[in-house]
Design a binder for this molecule. Sequence first.
Ligand code: AKG
Length: 288
Amino acid sequence: MTVATQQRTTRQVQAFSADAADVVPTRNALAADGVVCLRNAIPRPWLDTIESGIVDALAGASSDVDVVQRDGDAGRFTFSSGAWRSVDGFRSYIFDSPLPDLVWRLLDSTDLTLFYDFLLIKEGRSDSAATPWHQDHSYYPVDGFKVVNSWVALDDIPAESALRFLAGSHHARTLYRAVDFDDPNRPYRHARNELPLPPDGINPDEVLVAPLQAGDMLVWWSYTLHSAPGNSQPNRRAAFSVNWVGDDVTYNAKPALDTYLEPSLTVGAPIACEKFPRVRGGGGRALG
Ligand SMILES: O=C(O)CCC(=O)C(=O)O
C-alpha cells in the first residue's frame, strides 16, 4: 500500500455490539463489506487466558513459532500457528469462551469447524513488519466460501497500525495468488501460478480501516482482501485469530503449509476430523 493510501484512509469497518440481540445488521454488514467489527467481544478474563497461552507458546509449547527481527527495526515480529492442541490457554479460549457462538451466529451454516489458530505479535517499533494485500483463502487447501477469520485485538490498536480491508472484495469470488509475507516480490513457496496476483493500485476510497480496543474482534471472509502496516507505535500490537469453516467447505489437497493440510482427508469431502474438530452443530455442542 502506498503512503498516499494510508493518509487518505478514513472509512472504518462497521462496528456492532458483540452481544446485540438482533444479529441481522451485523450479518448484513459482513455480507456487504466482507468484514465486520464486534465491539467488546472477548471479556478481559479470556484475554488473560490467551496471554497465559502466549507465555507458554513462546516458552516452547507451540512447535510452530517464528520470531523475525527485520533490519532497522527495534521490535520483533512473532507469529505462531496451529498451536491450540499444545497450548492450554489457546485451547481453552477456542472451546470454552463465547467465541464459537459469536462466530457461528454470523455464519449461515449448520455446523462450525475449527480450522486453525494464529498468534501475531508486532512489538513496538517493528516498523517494517507490514502485511501485504492478500486473501487468507489463497493459502488454504479448501474449496467453499464459509471460511472466516475471527481476529481479536489483545492491545488497543490505533488506525496507524490497524488492519485495512478492501470493502466488498469478497463478492467477485476471485481467488488470487498467495504472496510471500516476508518479501512480496519473492514467489510464495506454495503459490498457484495459474491464479492472478492481488490487484495493484487499491482505490483508497474503497478501503476500510479497523482501529480497535483490546477485546474487540474483527470477523472477515477468507476471500476479503486485506493488509496492514508495520507497527510504528512504541507499544505492542498483538492479536490472536481463530479460523473456522462452515458447511460448504471441502478439502482440495492443493499445496499448502502443514498447518492447513491433513493427508487423511479425501478430496471433495468436508474437513472435520481430529485435526480440524467440529465445534458446533452436526454432533458438536449446540448453539445457545
Ligand atoms: O495483523 C496483521 O498484520 C495481518 C493479519 C492478517 O492479515 C491475517 O491474520 O490474515
